[in-house]
Design a protein around this ligand. Structure first.
Ligand SMILES: [Zn+2]
Length: 647
């Protein structure tokens, strides 16, 4: 199916190169007159100072995977060995081995024969006639060799300033030749397009080396043991043991020449384009759209570069029926179908129906074979809804600015790694010390595109990191919200800010811990002290978030001293507010939970973060109200402005 979608892309996209062609660096060029006489010498197209032209000029040239040992010339543009019969000059004084010279001669003869056959088929093609004349009248042997060259350098010919391989009949003739060369000789119904056609034995081309990462290796890792990139084949059954009923090649997977060529060409093309591809862990993710007007962007790009305006407009398009799954409910569907059926009768426009399709494939390489790890093709509106839902379910309100924050996949992924308190950053991707699961990025992406739950293991990992790093910030809160809504409490909406109506005991216990933490902070910084040696969080976060009943009674007793201190410094109002909040939460928390499971631990951290953010938002609002001027470096705000627990 994904081959069919790739073929459809190749057939309809104007971005695609011609079939059996590829973009390559052409090193040499020779101008010919219409009678095949060279106009001057070989021209070197390489520009050493320009990175883009260091190896020659980028040209769309004929391309076919060579297999076996016989000469397999390309039409009108090939390497120096085939096009001119040259061998690479030996580095020492020793002469070129006879077998190399002999091979070059045979290859050149095959190239000449191919051009001759083409010229005879198309007598009106002047470029073909000129090249044939050049090759058959001995002119090619008279050409002066440049000082330095390799037999594998590509060379192209021009007549009247136009490359011969791009003449009017060349592409079509070359397609026939290429198809015939790759054909198994058999005909049958192609599994991809469902049409009868000439079937192939092997795929006519491979995906260029380096475009698909090797499975099981973190591409961000700087380790020296990384596997060498190699060209990748979509399917290869070159040994009987690999094929069904011990039959080698594609005998049991009939694919016609056009489908085989186009699908690989499309995949190769997509994997090269930043608009269609990203590296996701040890896979390359590539996506494309079908049946969409030109200029339509794939909604998946927002996952990598969230754009608030674009996300807001996607959210506005969401059908209102089911706010959690964002799938149009039966009412919405019936209404849409109804307007379409009625439109001819009533003469009214049915409204535009988006028939676009969004496709994506995640691929890895196992040596030279391709592994299709995940694959999706859904209607474009469903893809848009999935992306909109993803953002709706993880957005958090930044307490200091009051703005809604949405995160790219990259930032969410970073927040799953270890926090470095010295540099105040997350350890980079690929750093083994960051302890990020290799599959995390794929898990996040798959969940975003399919609107599916995230794995429980990710919740477990996040809670572990929260405790080890003692840090909860906006991206981590976003992850908590996603995990809660999708995995731990599916079907329930998680509010974006403090939920005072929630009587979930774990949530309340988290809130209470945050209250005691800020009480300790307020009481201890009364004397102008900016930093506490050990905070409540440093010592009790782990215990309080797993078995609150074990530590909370002690912490509540300890809080009495902090309240007393506030009273003694005439902060009665603050002390009273704390007392009231503490008593209210304690009253609702009867009894204090003994131990918390994974879901409850996530609720605990949610409550803790919400309560803290609520306090930060109050401080920020108070600050905005009292002064609109620049920040005067107020202690409280400054400490709290990095909403971390590592102060
Ligand atoms: Zn086909």
């Amino acid at each position: 199916m994904y081959l069919k979608r790739l073929r459809d892309f190749a057939r309809t996209s104007d971005e695609m190169p011609l079939p059996f062609h590829t973009w390559s660096a052409v090193r040499w060029m020779l101008d010919l007159d219409p009678h095949g006489q060279p106009l001057g010498e070989l021209v070197d197209l390489a520009v050493p100072d320009e990175p883009a032209r260091r190896k020659g000029k980028r040209e769309l040239v004929p391309k076919l995977q060579r297999s076996g040992i016989g000469p397999q010339p390309l039409l009108a543009c090939d390497n120096l060995q085939n096009a001119l019969g040259w061998t690479t000059p030996p580095s020492q004084a020793s002469p070129t081995p006879v077998k190399d010279t002999e091979r070059a001669r045979r290859c050149h003869q095959a190239f000449t024969d191919l051009v001759t056959a083409w010229a005879e088929d198309h007598p009106q093609d002047l470029a073909a006639q000129a090249l044939r004349a050049f090759l058959t009248t001995g002119e090619a042997q008279l050409l002066t060799k440049p000082g330095k060259y390799a037999a594998s350098d590509l060379v192209m010919f021009r007549v009247d300033g136009t490359p011969v391989h791009r003449s009017t009949t060349a592409a079509q003739y070359w397609t026939q030749v290429a198809q015939a060369r790759k054909s198994s000789g058999g005909t049958g119904v192609c599994l991809v397009c469902g049409e009868p056609g000439t079937l192939v034995d092997t795929f006519p081309r491979q995906v260029t080396a380096g475009l698909i990462p090797a499975i099981g290796h973190d591409p961000d890792s700087r380790s020296k043991n990384r596997p060498q990139p190699s060209a990748v084949t979509l399917a290869s059954m070159n040994k009987p043991a690999l094929g069904y009923e011990l039959t080698p090649q594609l005998a049991h997977a009939p694919i016609c020449g056009t489908c085989a060529e186009w699908s690989v060409a499309a995949l190769d093309h997509l994997l090269r384009s930043r608009d269609h591809t990203r590296r996701i862990g040890d896979t390359a993710l590539t996506w494309w759209l079908l049946d969409t007007p030109p200029g339509t962007t794939a909604p998946i790009e927002l996952l990598f570069d969230p754009d608030d305006a674009a996300i807001d407009s996607l959210l506005a398009e969401l059908p209102p029926d089911d706010p959690i799954t964002a799938r149009p409910g039966p009412r919405h569907l019936v209404k849409t179908v109804g307007t379409m059926l009625d439109s001819p009768k009533q003469g009214r426009e049915p409204g535009r129906v988006d028939t676009g399709i969004f496709c994506a494939a995640a691929v890895s390489a196992n040596k030279t074979r391709l592994i299709l790890r995940d694959w999706i093709d859904i209607p474009l509106p469903a893809a848009k809804a999935a992306i909109a839902t993803w953002f709706a379910q993880h957005a958090v309100i930044d307490p200091w600015t009051g703005r809604i924050e949405r995160f790219s996949l990259h930032r969410l992924l970073l927040a799953l790694g270890r926090w470095d308190p010295r540099t105040k950053t997350y350890l980079p991707l690929g750093d083994p010390g960051a302890r990020r699961p290799l599959s995390a990025q794929r898990d996040l992406l798959a969940a975003a595109l399919r609107t599916t739950p995230l794995p429980h293991s990710l919740a477990f990992h996040l809670v572990q990191r929260l405790r080890a790093d003692k840090r909860i910030d906006n991206p981590r809160l976003a992850l908590l919200r996603l995990l809660t809504t999708r995995t731990l409490k599916p079907g329930k909406t998680t509010p974006m800010a403090l939920d005072d109506t929630s009587d979930d005991t774990a949530y309340l216990a988290g809130r209470l811990f945050a209250v005691l933490e800020s009480l300790q902070y307020d009481a201890s910084t009364l004397d102008g002290k900016k930093k506490l040696n050990t905070t409540l969080t440093d010592r009790y976060l782990t215990a309080a978030s797993t078995s609150p009943a074990r530590v909370m009674p002690d912490l509540l007793r300890g809080a009495q001293a902090h309240l007393k201190k506030l009273h003694s410094r005439h902060r009665d109002a603050t002390a009273t507010a704390y007392t009231k909040l503490r008593d209210e939460l304690c009253g609702r928390l009867n009894p204090m939970p003994l131990s918390l499971d994974l879901t409850q631990q996530c609720s605990w951290f949610n409550g803790y973060a919400d309560q803290r953010n609520h306090r930060f938002a109050t401080i920020a609002a108070r600050k905005r109200a009292t002064q609109d001027g620049p920040d005067d470096g107020d202690t409280e705000l400054e400490t709290a402005s990095s909403p971390t627990t590592d102060n």
